[in-house]
Design a protein around this ligand. Structure first.
Ligand code: AMP
Length: 120
């Protein structure tokens, strides 16, 4: 039996989430450990390990869904950051494709060459 990721368990209703928006193909919910005043995770219900595995046509539909989340949260005009961590060097921890939508404040940006956390 295949081991499900935590996000697949959320899609299956086995684990609760703080839902923001949902349709038949996608789900948006609040990140449990927010890194900005607004920190939403947006996932396809179908399993893809990460962005590199994602289907292009479904990504087109997902684009519209993400834009709807931004409008719903009232940040479509003020702005936001959309991030997907892909694979080991990307720092991906949950192996089910997800986009982080970060907003609600002017966000900082680090330079990989000068960030003391970075080994680059
Ligand atoms: P990543 O490093 O891109 O894989 O990020 C995984 C994200 O999932 C982190 O920001 C976590 O805080 C978040 N996370 C993990 N478990 C849950 C959960 N049960 N509900 C909501 N967010 C979660």
């Amino acid at each position: 039996e295949k081991i499900m990721t935590i996000f697949e368990k959320i899609v299956a209703g086995e684990i609760p989430c703080n839902k923001v928006l949902e349709n038949d193909k996608f789900l948006a919910f609040n990140d449990i450990n927010p890194k900005a005043p607004i920190h939403i995770l947006i996932i396809p219900k179908k399993h893809f390990e990460n962005f590199q595995e994602m289907d292009g046509a479904l990504m087109g539909e997902m684009t519209k869904f993400i834009q709807e989340v931004a409008v719903l949260m009232g940040v479509d005009k003020s702005g936001y950051r959309l991030v997907t961590n892909c694979g080991e060097n990307g720092g991906q921890e949950v192996m089910h494709l997800h986009f982080h939508l970060l907003a609600g404040a002017k966000l900082g940006w680090v330079d990989a060459a000068t960030d003391p956390q970075s080994t680059f």
